[in-house]
Design a protein around this ligand. Structure first.
Ligand code: NCD
Ligand code: ZN
Length: 375
């Protein structure tokens, strides 16, 4: 059995659902699932209820994370059309600003040009006030992260170019999008992007089998879209899961909400691709540690590592998932590579399927630093 040690992974796109949807997930269950997947830092999205769009809401979420998280947590602030001035002060305490340009789960949405324009301009002005993008302070401001699909991708790239604001395009899923991002990067745009495991390992061909368990935004790509992600891996900065738990009851309803859990299965899926010769371990570390740390200016984690048995074969099951939602679209898949033990800040926090960390033993990050640490 070959054992290897990896640094703690960063999942730069998770929905931990607190406050408002704790029947789906909370900051303890979500960060526990992260540890079980070898992930020791998560960046939590703002589409909770209430949404994380003001300094007060951000402070409330910080307090919840301080009480319950078992790994490092960074928080996104969500852009709205109405509360622009209210949330801008909060945005600089978050890891980045998130704009939902396209329709998805929750009510956060900005799709009008005047607000988009103002957001990019304000971000540029704020960076100037902080000493320009080269300064540590402005780097801590983070990029503007966008859920932008199809034609909205070039719209965001153009705004990023015009205002010289770093842009991060989350969960890219189509050939047209990744090919456009390649050209933008070649021309010098300050754009980075991420791809999820479900857009790498599942396609529309899995939909008859998965039903609503295969429904998320962006939708699963065609086999050609999936091939495009693999062909353009050099353009993909980050692998992140878009861990978006909903209950199986909700998924079985007449109006299933879009989204699938994923934080616990990312590393084993990627290791299986290493086994198949499609990736290297270095590819994983680059995209799940180095790049997210750089894009979001995250602090290093001392004495933090993941011990993995790269030969272990196992079959994914809903029951093995520590997320409160207790299911996975990858159930039934046979994988190579299992997380055996996780050490976080010098303590063993996960071993043999058990989370050993106490709620509140995690840290909250902000602007590249540790904001709160309870012990
Ligand atoms: C996400 C959710 O459920 O919060 N759903 C999804 O399908 N991806 C929202 C999002 O990330 O777009
Ligand atoms: Zn998401």
């Amino acid at each position: 059995m070959a054992k290897i040690q990896l640094p703690g992974l960063i999942d730069a796109h998770v929905h931990l659902r607190e406050p408002g949807y704790t029947h789906k997930e909370d900051l303890f269950t979500g960060t526990s699932a992260a540890l079980a997947g070898g992930v020791t830092t998560v960046l939590d999205m703002p589409n909770t209820v209430p949404s994380t769009s003001t300094p007060e809401r951000l402070a409330e979420k910080v307090a919840l994370a301080v009480d319950k998280a078992v790994c490092d947590v960074g928080l996104f602030v969500g852009a709205t059309s109405s509360d622009l001035d209210a949330y801008l002060p909060a945005a600089q305490y978050a890891c980045a600003l998130k704009i939902y340009v396209n329709e998805t789960f929750g009510s956060l949405r900005v799709d009008d040009l005047s607000t988009m324009h103002r957001l990019f301009r304000t971000w540029a002005e704020r960076a100037d006030e902080l000493g320009g993008w080269r300064s540590e302070a402005a780097k801590g401001l983070g990029p503007i992260a966008v859920h932008a699909e199809d034609l909205m991708v070039p719209v965001c790239v153009l705004l990023s170019d015009l205002y010289d604001v770093p842009l991060h395009v989350v969960h890219v899923s189509r050939r047209s999008e990744i090919e456009l991002i390649r050209v933008a990067k070649e021309k010098g745009s300050r754009v980075t992007c991420e791809v999820t495991p479900h857009h790498l390992f599942l396609s529309t061909e899995d939909l008859p089998r998965l039903g609503a368990r295969g429904d998320m935004r962006p939708h699963l790509g065609t086999p050609d879209d999936v091939a495009a992600m693999w062909e353009n891996l050099d353009v993909v900065d980050i692998f992140a899961t878009d861990h978006a738990p909903h209950t199986l009851l909700e998924k079985a309803s007449e109006t299933p909400p879009p989204g699938v859990p994923g934080v616990q299965t990312m590393l084993p899926l990627l290791l299986t691709a290493v086994h198949a010769g499609r990736l290297t371990v270095e590819d994983i570390i680059t995209r799940c540690v180095d790049a997210p740390r750089r894009v979001y200016s995250l602090p290093a984690q001392a004495d933090t590592f993941v011990e993995v048995d790269v030969d272990a074969e196992w079959t994914v099951s809903d029951e093995a998932m520590l997320s409160r939602s207790q299911w996975t679209p990858f159930a039934g898949m046979s994988l190579r590579g299992r997380v055996e033990r996780v050490t976080y800040l010098g303590r063993i926090v996960y071993e043999e399927g058990q989370v050993l960390a106490k709620p509140g033993s995690g840290r909250v990050l902000f602007q590249g630093r540790v904001l709160f640490q309870s012990e």
